[in-house]
Design a protein around this ligand. Structure first.
Ligand code: F6R
Length: 242
């Protein structure tokens, strides 16, 4: 694992965007795995700047998002589809047909998971997967468990994930309890992995991911055995590392 520590969140975002931009410049037809959540928002702003400045084009890029809430329509203002449109896709020249996000309203969620997994294989797999890190060590919505789930699947969200997400919904009843998420196998098949974590709230999860045993109770710890992982941290997220 290559671990880089930056003074602040803005520098983490810039460094992350530079890695993604370099990937696209080297391979304009790159397949990118993308994440939602608070962490990558600044990175997406930096990517949009690079696009506006004519440095990179997304015309030939294909994207796959890690996850989507189950039961949330893509037009819902808290859907991950909407997040991606608002923060990135509406501001760059990626083709609509090149965007892949699990459909949280699929009539048969299991078939949707299989379809998503096949689409990734058909695209010849993900070249560079961007990840955030849950406070409980989750990546995608692979929550602490007794095993690592291989493929894209329907998952129950952990209580602390539900609590963390509650701030985005008006009533408790609206907060999603399930999601469709890429599996750990799906993530590990990516050629390169780029994980960002910022803020003191992530410090314990960062320590477990980097210095702990490989343990499904901290799903991100599996990244220790991926051959090409870059972890970008701010000083707060790195504060418990030896
Ligand atoms: C998002 C995702 C999650 C988040 C993680 C961190 O697509 O899969 O694993 O990356 O929950 O979220 P933030 O960045 O909001 O702290």
């Amino acid at each position: 694992m290559v671990i880089q520590v930056f003074e602040n969140e803005q520098q983490v975002a810039k460094a992350g965007a530079a890695i993604i931009a370099a990937q696209i410049l080297a391979e304009p037809q790159s397949v990118l795995g993308l994440a939602t959540g608070s962490t990558p928002i600044e990175l997406y702003k930096e990517l949009v700047k690079l696009y506006d400045d004519g440095v990179i084009s997304f015309a030939e890029v294909t994207s796959f998002n890690l996850d989507e809430y189950l039961g949330i329509d893509r037009h819902h203002d808290q859907s991950y589809f909407r997040f991606m449109v608002d923060n990135l896709f509406s501001k760059i020249n990626i083709l609509p047909d090149s965007i892949h996000i699990p459909d949280g309203t699929a009539v048969d969620p299991q078939a949707e998971c299989e379809r998503f997994e096949e689409a990734i294989a058909d695209a010849n797999y993900i070249d560079l997967q961007l990840l955030g890190l849950g406070r409980n060590g989750h990546i995608g919505f692979n929550e602490p468990n007794s095993f690592f789930q291989k493929a894209t699947h329907v998952t129950d969200l952990a209580e602390d994930t539900i609590t963390a997400n509650a701030r985005f919904f008006e009533t408790d009843a609206e907060v999603p309890r399930q999601a469709i998420s890429m599996g750990i196998g799906t993530i590990m098949e990516a050629g390169r992995i780029l994980l960002l974590a910022t803020g003191v709230g992530k410090a314990e999860a960062v320590k477990a991911m980097v210095e702990g045993h490989i343990d499904p109770l901290c799903q991100a710890s599996i990244l220790q055995i991926h051959p090409d992982v870059t972890i970008l941290l701010d000083q707060e997220a790195a504060s418990l590392l030896n």
